[in-house]
Design a protein around this ligand. Structure first.
Ligand code: NAD
Length: 271
């Protein structure tokens, strides 16, 4: 049985992961971590989740959690994840990263941790979205810049980063299909007198509200026709299942920073 620690245990994804790991016959929950000062810290996990005591006490001590597990699954915030990537690599613990909203410096720090540590990082852990990523790259390559690419995403009102990590993955794939770098062509959240659309740009738009779990459209708009590739997530458990699959897959891997495309076998390594 793989021993897993959950970082950000009381969060939307954290609680989903705890339930999924409890139901798994391949993994067991060995630690749950929350931020210092959080209500859950020092409390029995079973009790804070509304059930009977189970003898697993939530902690804010990351070193103690790393000692107790083979793999840590982390859906928290960029600053927490960057620090954890270094600690996990040093402790020889595999790190599954679902957190989004990283800066370029954050990504460089995680890549450095991936020199010695084993990491899967994915802005979206679902099979469907990762298929959408490969399709987006193929369609962008086939159509060229006569077709304008716009990426529209919708998430719940609590989401703090925009565009979503998934939208950026889709943008990267579209840019790769065209043989360009996303940073050179991204046009994020137009407002005001922006002038006409520049050919070759990839546009991003973010809807925030209510309880959307996550919806992404990649629109290829040409003269006389449009193609839309769409993914709709209707259950957050989807992401937790992907994260657990990534954790189990990482067991057999050497050091490196991998993506869900690697986990799902959707691209050869170093492609
Ligand atoms: P959330 O706010 O519900 O949960 C985050 C949790 O992290 C909170 O409980 C918070 O207290 C905890 N936390 C903060 N600092 C901590 C620390 N120092 N130590 C331990 N825990 C700490 O958010 P959420 O909806 O669960 O999303 C979390 C992240 O995961 C976001 O970046 C979101 O965009 C991302 N996400 C990714 C995917 C994916 O498939 N990759 C899917 C859903 C959400």
């Amino acid at each position: 049985m793989m021993k897993i620690a959950v970082m950000g245990a009381s969060g939307r994804m954290g609680q989903m992961l705890i339930r999924l790991i409890d139901d798994s016959d391949q993994a067991e929950l060995s630690a749950v971590v929350e931020r210092a000062g959080h209500d859950w810290v020092g409390q029995d996990l079973g009790v804070v989740m509304g059930g009977a005591a189970r003898g697993l006490i939530a902690t804010d001590d990351v070193a103690q959690a790393l000692d107790a597990c083979d793999t840590i699954i982390d859906f928290t915030t960029p600053a927490v994840t960057v620090a954890l990537a270094q600690q996990a690599a040093q402790a020889g613990v595999a790190h599954v990263i679902g957190t989004t909203g990283f800066s370029d410096d954050d990504l460089a720090a995680i890549a450095e941790a991936g020199q010695t540590g084993r990491i899967v990082r994915a802005g979206n852990m679902s099979l469907g979205v990762n298929l959408l990523v490969t399709l987006t790259q193929q369609v962008a390559a086939a159509l060229g810049t006569d077709y304008d690419i716009e990426i529209v995403e919708a998430h719940h009102r609590h989401k703090v980063d925009a565009p979503s990590g998934t939208a950026l993955m889709l943008g990267d794939a579209a840019a790769a299909g065209r043989g360009v770098t996303l940073a050179d062509v991204a046009d994020r959240g137009r407002d005001g007198i922006t002038g006409a659309r520049k050919s070759g740009d990839i546009g991003f738009h973010a809807i925030r509200g209510g309880d959307f779990i996550g919806e992404h459209d990649v629109i290829f708009a040409g003269e006389g026709e449009r193609i839309t590739l769409r993914h709709v997530a209707s259950d957050r458990a989807l992401f937790a299942r992907g994260a657990l699959r990534a954790a189990l897959w990482l067991q057999g891997q050497g050091p490196g920073e991998y993506s869900m495309l690697d986990v799902l076998g959707l691209q050869p390594r170093n492609a």
